[in-house]
Ligand binder design. Structure first.
Ligand code: CTP
Ligand code: MG
Length: 166
């Protein structure tokens, strides 16, 4: 029973995870906020959210969904790949928007926001898109991606892809 739920969460949130992990390979890109500042005088999103990262994350996440659909012979995974990735990237953007409003500079670690914003964004997008996600599956996905986010960021730091280990 629990194994089935874990498998379900893994399959549903795999594109979400990939979409969130890929942008780190961009390095320097074109900021989504165009360098603009908000009414509080701080950057709207900051240099950590780029169009290149967005496109890369969306493309890879979508591809992962397509591969899952192909392997599992299940057409909905194509939609899950697209919606999950889009939601993950938008959730991450909302997370950065919130961080900037609180005055946290780009890259400042804000647990648990950094580890959950993309999973929550993905889930909302998947639900809006008509997908049926059990609450337990969402919770398992949230915990799994929370842990994976901490581990993958440390690895990205050790590989020199990130300047901070979070
Ligand atoms: N990234 C990107 N475009 C995105 C998301 C992420 O280019 N849409 C890249 C940036 O190089 C970013 C890195 O991936 O620095 C890691 O992403 P994240 O941890 O979300 O960004 P932070 O630099 O920590 O910025 P913030 O404080 O706004 O979360
Ligand atoms: Mg970060």
């Amino acid at each position: 029973m629990i194994a089935t739920l874990i498998l379900q969460a893994t399959l549903i949130y795999l594109p979400t995870m990939i979409a969130n992990a890929m942008p780190v390979f961009v390095g320097i890109g074109t900021p989504i906020d165009g360098g603009r500042v908000f009414i509080d005088g701080r950057r709207v999103l900051g240099d950590g959210k780029t169009w290149e990262g967005f496109i890369l994350g969306l493309s890879f996440g979508y591809c992962v969904g397509c591969i899952e659909a192909f392997i599992l012979h299940s057409f909905p995974y194509i939609l899950i790949g697209f919606l999950g990735s889009l939601g993950a990237l938008l959730g991450d953007i909302v997370g950065s928007f919130i961080k900037r409003r609180f005055g946290y500079r780009r890259g400042y670690p804000l647990i648990p926001l950094d580890q959950t914003d993309f999973t929550i964004g993905a889930t909302i997008m998947l639900l809006v898109g008509g997908m049926d996600i059990e609450f337990t599956v969402f919770l398992i996905g949230l915990i799994m991606l929370f842990v994976l986010h901490l581990i993958s960021n440390r690895i990205a730091f050790m590989l020199g892809l990130k300047s901070v280990p979070w």
